[in-house]
Design a protein. Structure first.
Ligand code: AMP
Ligand code: MG
Length: 418
């Protein structure tokens, strides 16, 4: 049976980033840029005014003593979005608004607050000579960035500020690593949909909404497929639907029961088994395989049906896989670390145990408090956990103060008390 690390290596060996796809800018936030991009034009694309005021040509105005006031003719008003038609000279200025193109020859904008200007006689303006200095309140074409400059590197995770920059340059469709699409298929004759009342022998399909939420937290695209009965034909048909996604997650049906038909039906659907079973607790029956169809691939993970097993196997194996497919393997690292146990804990058997725990960051590092947990069917006590302690089998008890690896749902935050 594979160890946890061997199983993870086997899974991640299939986790190369998905092929790049063009993506509209409006949908690109959070995605990884699949190619480096350069600026297709200058920024700003023209010389522009940075204040509301008057554009003048400082060179054309004869040197005067700095206390004097120049009375200039107002040639026209240039608003943002329009194009100037005249040039200010030795006795003239143009009224101009922030963001409007500078007229030819102008090299200075004097803010409206610094001039004397009467709206009822808008043909003249008095400007103190001391306010006229070349390049004041103007932004020259390409001053921010010239055409052909590297704008964003391949591998950038696109945040709103990147989207803004791409939008400025008209890059409305860009190559990204797409979000992996992830089908979720719950299997089991005992399952009923969440919204239905219980009846004898049945339980609700809690794994589907749980896994869907975990997929969303991983910033991938969930595709819930409902419940497949423990029936070869029905199972195979639903599996075929799920294989259209990048990843197919099944829950249940991978153990040793007489109705555990998932491995057999996956193989019937052309999914090649990579491994079955891992030395871990919970999660031992985990199944992993790949269906290749020309260039298309679907990675298939058979999660054990027990809710905590499914949840743990998702966090330990599927989430790093989704990060990797999405082009950002480093995210797993920001969720893992080493924490100090706050209480004694004994683990039995010879498998790696993942123990639901509350992980907190404080001034002296991470601490982990295992929750009072009843095993793989005990979903309720895990609700307060923020991650998992990884405990290797050992003869003696783990003691408060021991350092253990942890894997958290989110990068650990400081506790409100620290
Ligand atoms: P299995 O892996 O199919 O043997 O299921 C193991 C246990 O998990 C059984 O008690 C199932 O009833 C339970 N289980 C299986 N699938 C789900 C599910 N989708 N939601 C909640 N519990 C489930
Ligand atoms: Mg079952």
């Amino acid at each position: 049976m594979l160890t946890v690390d061997e199983a993870l290596r086997n899974i991640l060996a299939h986790g190369s980033p998905l092929p790049a796809r063009p993506c509209r800018l409006t949908n690109a936030a959070g995605r990884v840029l699949a190619a480096s991009l350069s600026t297709p034009h200058d920024s700003p694309p023209f010389d522009k005014a940075m204040m509301d005021g008057f554009a003048v040509c400082s060179r054309a105005l004869l040197p005067t003593d700095s206390d004097s006031v120049l009375t200039l003719r107002v040639l026209e008003t240039i608003t943002a979005g329009t194009v100037p038609t005249q040039s200010p000279g030795s006795d003239s200025a143009c009224r101009i608004m922030t963001g409007a193109p500078l007229p030819d020859g102008a090299d200075c904008v004097v803010p409206i607050e610094q001039v004397r200007f009467d709206d009822t006689a808008p043909t003249v303006v008095d400007i103190p000579a001391e306010c006229i200095t070349a390049e004041r309140h103007v932004l020259r074409q390409s001053a921010t960035v010239a055409s052909g400059t590297r704008l964003l590197e391949k591998g950038t995770v696109l945040r709103p500020q990147h989207i803004a920059v791409l939008a400025e340059f008209g890059l409305s469709e860009i190559p990204v690593v797409p979000a992996p699409s992830v089908a979720v298929l719950a299997t089991g004759d005992e399952l009923i949909p969440v919204q239905e009342p219980l009846f004898p022998g049945r339980i609700r399909n809690s794994n589907e909404p749980m896994l869907t939420a975990q997929i969303r937290r991983a910033e991938a695209d969930p595709c819930p497929l409902g419940i497949a009965r423990d029936d070869p034909g029905h199972l195979k048909e639903r599996i075929e639907t799920g294989l259209a996604c990048d990843v197919l997650l099944l829950s249940g049906g991978v153990s040793a029961g007489t109705r555990d038909l998932v491995p057999q039906q996956l193989q019937a659907a052309g999914v090649e088994e990579v491994f079955h079973k891992v030395q871990m607790k919970p999660g031992k029956p985990l199944w992993f395989g790949v269906r290749s169809d020309g260039d298309r691939r679907c990675l298939v993970v058979g999660l054990p049906g027990n809710p905590v097993s499914s949840m743990v196997c998702f966090e330990v194996f599927v989430r790093p896989l989704l990060d990797s497919l999405a082009g950002r393997p480093e995210r797993t690292d920001t969720r893992s670390g080493t924490a100090r146990l706050t209480k004694d804990l004994s683990v039995r058997g010879n498998r790696t145990t993942f123990y639901p725990s509350v992980v907190i960051r404080s001034a002296d590092g991470l601490s982990a408090t295992p929750v009072d947990w009843g095993g793989s069917a005990d979903l309720i006590s895990t609700a307060q956990a923020t991650g998992l302690c990884r405990l290797e089998p050992r003869d003696d008890t783990y003691r408060a103060g021991d350092m253990v690896p942890v894997l958290c749902w989110d990068p650990p935050e400081p506790s409100s008390a620290s």
